[in-house]
Write a protein that binds this ligand. Structure first.
Ligand code: HEM
Length: 460
């Protein structure tokens, strides 16, 4: 029943609605169509894609009895890299449930408390680096440094592996290859399938080389573990040695490879973006920064090494992160498919297997839920009373249902800890000439964001 769904007014035969479409920023492009209404469709090369952002419609798509995750568009394009790893597995693939059950305890409270000390020590590498920049009056490269931090954090806590990011002047080859494959996966959506061999010949070859590079690095991570024995039950130990608690099954060597790539990528890229956007907002909103800083000083005092329990107590810093992910959810879309023939929100009939893409940046700006000034950065939107006054499923930066983000607590703990440490140690000075520009490689990242940081006297 597509004909009832609005689409852009100008359509070309064969090409569809690609006029004015940007190949580099397809997501931000789709956001422009919000005026078509809470559900709209675009046509690319003869295929119709349905986009949903209205809160009522998204809440219905969150109904797990009628809808499930769909592997579509960008996620499907990552299958050659991540195969049946947790993020890209089809719902029916047995390796999804197997890996989910084996890996979930790696994200329990106990496991998280175990990662805390290592997260702190990685954060110290960052502050050493920023102390030197502050002393020299040099601006810091925020996304570059946040990527170093989050890659080291997931690599060391999950895999006992040190990428040496802070000792390098250029990004680790893992990061370069990852950015390459993510960008390629995004570009594939902007070219009609049959023309890919022609139009993306060079890019495909480069992509094959990137995948080979990723596989090679991952094999090295596994080899290092095999050589030096156990990692105290970290994620890699679980992947390699843990049998399913009920069936006794284990992950195959090939599936382990897919999971290692999946977790190294999913475990750092989006958290890096979230931290970068948060720092952008904090530098632009001194009053918010001062309030967050006062909270850190009150809760942590002068403790050099805040404990695991002290991180969750930073309620306001956590709201800064929530508000950051409201405006720029760094994994900005997820797809849902109908399990059976059904009617979406009592209005749009969907056949079994039909699917729609949820645009979270628009959901998070639905004026019916968030009020008229949705562009305004205001962490108080996440005060408990305000949260309780909103309907469920209106804030979805981590996706929904059984296939929602397994690393949510990991990301929030890491990001809150790091923001707390940075707020306590530095004043942030934005470059007044900087205008936020968001780059896309399936994920979102503020491009070219640099800040000047100034040491503050640390109490204690
Ligand atoms: C799934 C967002 C951090 C691992 C997802 C999904 C979203 C998301 C939206 C669902 C995608 C879909 O439905 O297609 C984020 C954001 C993060 C973050 C915004 C940081 C701010 C992490 C971290 C890890 C991780 C730190 C690992 C340590 C995964 C995995 C899945 C997933 C493995 C697939 C889960 C499954 O399908 O069973 N994430 N994520 N993520 N995330 Fe995250």
């Amino acid at each position: 029943e597509l004909h009832r769904i609005p689409h852009p007014p100008y359509r070309l035969p064969l090409l569809g609605d690609v006029i004015g479409a940007s190949r580099r920023t397809p997501l931000q492009d789709s956001l422009k169509y919000a005026s078509l209404g809470p559900v709209f469709r675009r046509n690319a090369f003869g295929k119709e894609f349905v986009f949903v952002w209205g809160a009522r419609l998204v809440a219905d798509l969150a109904d797990e009895s009628r809808f499930a995750k769909h592997i579509g568009l960008g996620v499907a394009n990552l299958r050659p890299v991540a195969g049946d790893g947790l993020f890209t597995a089809y719902n029916h693939e047995p390796n999804w449930q197997l890996a989910h059950d084996v890996l979930a305890p790696g994200f329990s409270r106990e496991a998280m408390a175990g990662y805390h000390t290592m997260m702190l020590s990685v954060a110290e590498r960052l502050t050493d680096h920023w102390d030197r920049a502050a002393a020299a009056g040099r601006a810091v490269d925020v996304p570059g440094d946040m990527t170093k931090l989050t890659l080291e954090t997931i690599a060391r806590t999950g895999f006992g592996y040190d990428f040496g990011s802070f000792e390098r002047s250029r990004p680790h080859p893992f990061v370069t290859a990852m950015v390459g494959t993510l960008t390629y996966a995004q570009r594939l959506n902007t070219v009609p399938g049959p023309l890919v061999p022609l139009l993306l010949r060079r890019a495909s070859r480069r992509n094959a080389a990137d995948i080979e590079r990723l596989n090679h690095i991952v094999d090295e991570v596994v080899r290092a573990r095999r050589a030096d024995g156990g990692g105290n039950g970290d994620l890699l130990d679980r992947m390699l040695d843990t049998a399913h608690p009920v069936t006794g099954e284990r992950l195959s060597a090939e599936n382990v490879r897919r999971q290692v790539i999946t977790f190294l990528v999913a475990g750092h890229e989006t958290t890096s973006g979230a931290l970068s956007f948060a720092l952008h907002h904090l530098a632009r909103h001194p009053r918010v920064a001062a309030r967050a800083r006062a909270e850190v000083e009150r809760v942590w005092g002068g403790t050099a090494a805040p404990g695991y329990e002290q991180v969750a107590k930073l309620r306001y810093v956590r709201r800064v992160l929530d508000e950051t992910l409201r405006l720029w959810p760094t994994a900005p879309a997820f797809a849902r498919e109908a399990r059976e023939d059904t009617v979406l929100a009592g209005e749009h009939p969907m056949l079994r297997g039909a699917w729609a893409l949820v645009l979270t940046p628009l959901l998070h700006r639905d004026p019916e839920v968030w009020g008229p000034d949705t562009e305004h950065f205001d962490p108080d939107r996440f005060e408990p009373r305000a949260v309780r006054s909103r309907p469920p499923h209106v804030f979805k930066p981590f996706g929904t249902g059984a296939r929602a983000c397994i690393g949510r607590q990991f990301a929030l703990h890491e990001a809150t800890l790091v923001l707390g440490l940075l707020l306590r140690r530095y004043e942030f000075h934005a470059d007044p000439a900087y205008r936020l520009k968001v780059t896309e490689r399936l994920t979102l990242m503020p491009e070219g964001l640099r800040l000047r940081v100034e040491r503050r006297p640390v109490r204690g």
